[in-house]
Design a protein around this ligand. Structure first.
Ligand SMILES: NC(=O)c1ccc[n+]([C@@H]2O[C@H](COP(=O)([O-])OP(=O)(O)OC[C@H]3O[C@@H](n4cnc5c(N)ncnc54)[C@H](OP(=O)(O)O)[C@@H]3O)[C@@H](O)[C@H]2O)c1
Length: 310
């Protein structure tokens, strides 16, 4: 029996399987031969998301906030990935409920169902001690998952890019339009943008057993560290435009984001502003893409993909 035959027998359930990272993770796992369940609150969306894929995942209806739907979604799975996001709190969907309690519930249910591997997608900078609700919930979520599922992998990506992302695509559009481009503060925050498909590849390698022995926390960043200002200059160069940059204090951004959050699809949130206050760079003493033999692709390659789409 070859590895693909073995993988076909292994069921991986991806919560958030319709999302920006989740859909690529599902696709990559299917390509590796796994049987994959894409768990979503809207299973009817799964078909269209994977319409061009060579193999289809199984669509399962599940809400991470609902214990009974979690149980049926993971039944029989050997691996579970939590790629659920929440960037703006709404009603019962709070950072505490989704990123701490529901993540821990999913990890505990996975342990009780004798799942072999649990992968929690978190983010670089997650810190239980942070003053930010969001960053602290991400940090406490990591701890709660590790307690509920000993040996769980905690995956912390840097800001992820891709042809359909909300980060680079927006900058590429705006940098061509705006006579002056606003910086977050003085633009000195350091970032290490990473291509979303490289993270999906990393997650699939972790599930396929290509692990750095003894490691449970991974930080995944791209090939180059930029200040935000340098990143904008690089993007402007890549799209053949000239950019004039203007420092804008973080307090002004927070006020703007507070108003933006009142819109149905907020273009920017206060948590994103908070994240932009802190360097978002992979720690050198934490295993990363290199340990999984992945050569990360740079911003220039992703901009090439964005240009092809435009
Ligand atoms: N994007 C980045 O640059 C970035 C950087 C670092 C870390 N991360 C982390 O990576 C993870 C994935 O982020 P993303 O940007 O790929 O997210 P995304 O595109 O917003 O997708 C989120 C997914 O979560 C699912 N979801 C939301 N609430 C749910 C619930 N109650 N029950 C079940 N599913 C639910 C949604 O599925 P349905 O609506 O179909 O149910 C959707 O598929 C998150 O933990 C995020 O914080 C992202």
């Amino acid at each position: 029996m070859d590895r693909d035959d073995l993988n076909t027998k292994r069921i991986v359930t991806v919560f958030g399987g319709t999302g920006f990272l989740g859909r690529r993770t599902v696709k990559r796992l299917l390509e590796r031969g796994f049987t994959v369940r894409a768990a979503s609150r809207h299973p009817a969306r799964v078909g269209p998301v994977f319409s061009s894929a060579a193999r289809m995942p199984e669509a399962v209806e599940a809400d991470i906030l609902d214990a009974s739907s979690i149980g049926s979604a993971i039944a029989g799975s050997q691996a579970v990935v939590n790629a659920v996001s929440l960037y703006v709190e709404q009603g019962v969907q709070t950072f505490e409920r989704v990123h701490v309690k529901a993540a821990a519930d999913l990890a505990a249910a996975s342990r009780d169902s004798e799942v072999d591997q649990f992968i929690q997608i978190s983010g670089i900078g997650s810190d239980p001690q942070s003053d930010s609700n969001y960053i602290s919930a991400r940090g406490r979520g990591e701890v709660a998952v590790a307690n509920a599922f000993p040996g769980a992998f905690i995956v912390r990506p840097a800001v992820m890019t891709g042809p359909d992302d909300a980060f680079l695509t927006t900058i590429v559009k705006l940098i061509r339009l705006l006579p002056v481009y606003p910086l977050f503060g003085d633009g000195g925050t350091r970032l290490q943008p990473v291509y979303v498909a490289d993270i999906a590849e990393a997650v699939s390698r972790l599930i396929d057993g290509q692990i750095h022995k003894g490691s449970s926390i991974f930080e995944f960043g791209g090939p180059r560290i930029y200040t935000y200002k340098e990143l904008l200059q690089e993007i402007a160069q890549q799209v053949d435009t000239h950019v004039r940059l203007m420092p804008v204090p973080f307090a002004v951004w927070s006020a703007l984001a507070g108003v933006a959050e009142l819109l149905p699809a907020a273009p920017i949130t206060r948590n994103q502003i908070e994240l932009m206050r802190h360097d978002n760079v992979a720690a050198i003493d934490t295993p990363g893409l290199k340990e999984l033999d992945i050569e990360p692709r740079g911003v220039d390659e992703v901009i090439g993909l964005i240009k092809q789409r435009a």
